[in-house]
Design a protein around this ligand. Structure first.
Ligand code: SDX
Length: 377
């Protein structure tokens, strides 16, 4: 009847390669590479700012380039006053991801060079987005506490400024170290759903703010970046470690998903997990909350035993962010504050690829229905 109805549907686009990319490689065997660097060689050895530079410039910076990039980022962190007011005026019940989605879209209104779609202008835009998304998150957090966000300090690095603006006090060295690791581990991840959404939007030659807004709406869902908040709810619901077995079995009996577990690509453990598990173990030692760490290990063991699946990024990231003092509704905004670097890198790569992403579908509806005018229906 129709050519499209003969098409084979690849449900969930599983294993479909939608485009070529040089930005990151998610190896199903359990490895992750940013521009060819194994993340294990980056975490703890570079700052998040170096990784953000790597993603958009496709190479690591030398010291001078890094210093300049850091200065640029810090000088771009300030938001227009009208935006700060909008953030303060947001009703308290609105989820921070909804505010972030709206405000990132609004950033586009303040782009004075919006008509310039050159590569150089897009690179400036990418830098501004990497700088301003964390400021939106920090401003919202401070406003919900009734406090203004402090201005970024030139004597702090970019990530340190994010934490300083979010918490309102200068971060300790070990907190900054945890933050860099967290941001690096969240920065990019192949054609995950939100990155794909950004690329689809960019493929129509829409602007970078539109691509970022699409991506934020996609990251928000609990099957993607929204999972971390659910992980924290589950950990709180479980209570003591001795209840883990019964709780997890209850979810599995109800055919419910265990949040923070499973992955579309990895057949082995997510390579980010060992770093995050280590961070959580250290933080729990410091804070004398080892019972929480032990509970996580127990959940891992039981879920692996019963479903043969591993924790994904969101499981231990939730616990690490909680230990940093981040309220759970700000977990996904924190994720966004890092992933924005990946999204803008992919948006630029998609512009270079210059092809419209427009799949087909298999029509399974009816044909030949007899039209009935409204007055006869
Ligand atoms: C992120 O893709 C990325 O790159 C994303 C991400 C990134 O960096 O951007 O890594 C970050 O978003 C991590 C994902 C966070 N989401 C969750 O933690 C939600 C819980 N997990 C899932 O629902 C699930 O594992 C997905 C969404 C992550 C992956 O889903 P798939 O590939 O569509 O797999 P599926 O749901 O079809 O599951 C396959 C099987 C099923 O069992 P069977 O029917 O074959 O017996 O595995 C089971 C599922 O029931 N399964 C789970 C499970 N995840 C998979 N069972 C219980 N709990 C789970 N979490």
């Amino acid at each position: 009847m129709n050519e499209e109805s003969d098409r084979k549907v690849v449900r969930g686009l599983k294993d479909v390669a939608a485009a070529e990319t040089r930005i990151s490689f998610v190896d199903p065997k359990g490895y992750l590479y940013y521009l060819g660097y194994n993340i294990d060689d980056l975490v703890g050895r570079v700052t998040y700012t170096e990784v953000a530079y790597l993603l958009i410039h496709k190479r690591l910076p030398n010291q001078q380039e890094l210093d300049e990039f850091c200065t640029d980022l810090i000088s771009e962190m300030k938001l227009p006053n009208a935006m700060v007011k909008c953030i303060w005026d947001t009703p308290g019940h609105v989820h921070p991801m909804d505010v972030l989605r709206t405000e990132v879209s609004r950033l586009g209104e303040y782009d004075i060079e919006y008509k310039d779609l050159s590569e150089a202008a897009n690179m400036r835009r990418a830098t501004r987005l990497i700088a301003q998304v964390p400021t939106i998150v920090a401003t919202l957090h401070r406003s919900r506490m009734g406090q203004p966000v402090p201005a970024p300090r030139k004597d702090f690095g970019f990530a340190e400024n994010f934490l300083y603006m979010f918490e309102g006090y200068p971060p300790k060295e070990d907190e900054a170290d945890v933050l860099h690791r967290l941001l690096i581990l969240h920065a990019d991840h192949g054609f995950n759903a939100s990155t794909f959404a950004a690329r689809v939007t960019a493929s129509t030659n829409a602007d970078m703010y539109s691509a970022a807004t699409s991506a934020i709406g996609t990251l928000r869902g609990p099957l993607h970046g929204g999972a971390s908040e659910k992980v924290m709810e589950m950990l709180n619901d479980i209570g003591l470690e001795k209840y883990v077995d019964e709780y997890i079995q209850g979810l599995l009996d109800e055919k419910m998903k265990i949040m923070g577990f499973g992955h579309r690509v990895y057949m082995a453990e997510d390579p980010r997990t060992k770093h995050l598990r280590g961070i959580v173990e250290n933080l729990c030692h410091q804070k004398r909350t080892l019972d929480l760490y032990n509970k996580c290990i127990k959940i891992e063991e039981i879920v692996h035993q019963r479903k043969n699946i591993y924790p994904n990024l969101d499981f231990y990231a939730a616990v690490a962010m909680d230990a940093l003092g981040v309220p759970k509704e700000f977990f996904t905004p924190f994720f966004t504050s890092s992933r924005i670097a990946g999204w803008v890198a992919h948006t630029i790569e998609q512009y270079e690829d210059a092809v419209l992403l427009r799949p087909s579908s298999k029509y399974v509806g009816e044909f030949g229905r007899t039209f009935v005018p409204i007055e006869e229906r």
